[in-house]
Design a binder for this molecule. Structure first.
Ligand SMILES: C[S@@+](CC[C@H](N)C(=O)[O-])C[C@H]1O[C@@H](n2cnc3c(N)ncnc32)[C@H](O)[C@@H]1O
Length: 212
C-alpha cells in the first residue's frame, strides 16, 4: 500500500502478563490500519504469535518482529520518528507536516507533487518511556492531550496519517474474509465468490467457512 515507504510501529516496553493484551492489540491495530510492520520487545513472544496467526488467516502483507534493542531501533532509524504521547503537539496541527515529511502529501493530486517517500517509525509506550525518546522524535504527537491508551492513540494517528485510505486496503494471501453485513457474523473462504457480495446481507447464505 505504501510503495517505497515503510510504516513501522514500535511497541516500546512490555510487561509480561500485565501488558499482553495491550501489546497484542497494538500489533493488530497496526496491521488493520495500514502499517507494514510492528516491532515488539523480545519478551512479547506470545503477542507476536497471535498477530502472526491473524495475518496468516486474514491476510497481509504485515510483518511482526521481536527485538531486544528498543533504544537502538529508535536512535538508528533512518527515517522520520513519531512518538505518540499525551504531552505532544496536537495531531490535527501536525498531521500535514508528518505527511509531508514522509512523502504522503499530494497523493490525491490536489497539493501538487508529493515529497520524497521516507520510512516512518511510530512509537507507542506502555509504562514510562525514556526522555531520550522525546528528544530523538521528529514529532511528539498527542491524540488529544488527555491520558488514554496506546491502542486508541495509534488507531487515530494512522487513520489521520492515511486520511482514511487504509480502510479500503486489499488483503493478500488471506485464507478467509468477513462479509460485511448489517446483521450477522459471516466468514467465507477468501477466494469464494459470494452472491450479493457488493450488497452485503441480500445474497444467498454463503455457506460460511467459519463463524465465531
Ligand atoms: C497508558 S500510557 C502510559 C504513559 C506513561 N504513564 C508515561 O508517562 O509515559 C501508554 C502509552 O499510550 C500512549 N498514549 C496515551 N495517551 C495518549 C495521547 N493522548 N496521545 C497519544 N498517545 C497517547 C503513549 O504512547 C503512551 O506511551
Amino acid at each position: 500500500m505504501h510503495d517505497a515507504r515503510e510504516v513501522v510501529v514500535l511497541r516500546y516496553g512490555h510487561r509480561p502478563g500485565r501488558d499482553d493484551r495491550m501489546t497484542t492489540h497494538v500489533g493488530l491495530t497496526a496491521r488493520a490500519l495500514g502499517a507494514d510492520r510492528v516491532i515488539f520487545p523480545d519478551n512479547a513472544g506470545q503477542s507476536a504469535e497471535t498477530v502472526r496467526d491473524i495475518t496468516d488467516r486474514f491476510g497481509g502483507p504485515f510483518a511482526v518482529e521481536l527485538r531486544e534493542d528498543q533504544k537502538a531501533i529508535v536512535r538508528d532509524f533512518e527515517g522520520i520518528v513519531v512518538h505518540l504521547t499525551m504531552y505532544g503537539e496536537r495531531v490535527q496541527d501536525v498531521e500535514e507536516e508528518v505527511r509531508e515529511a514522509v512523502g504522503l502529501d499530494g497523493s490525491d493530486g490536489t497539493d501538487g507533487e508529493a515529497s520524497t517517500p521516507r520510512d516512518l517509525l511510530v512509537v507507542v509506550g506502555g509504562e514510562k518511556v525514556p526522555w531520550a525518546l522525546y528528544e530523538r522524535a521528529d514529532f511528539n504527537v498527542g491524540v488529544t492531550n488527555q491520558p488514554h491508551s496506546e491502542v486508541a492513540g495509534l488507531a487515530v494517528f494512522l487513520d489521520r496519517l492515511f486520511e482514511g485510505a487504509e480502510l479500503d486496503r486489499e488483503w493478500e494471501n488471506a485464507d478467509r474474509r468477513v462479509l460485511p453485513e448489517a446483521t450477522g457474523k459471516t466468514v467465507v473462504d477468501a477466494g469464494e465468490e459470494v452472491a450479493g457480495d457488493d450488497d452485503a446481507g441480500t445474497g444467498d447464505d454463503p455457506a460460511p467457512a467459519d463463524r465465531d
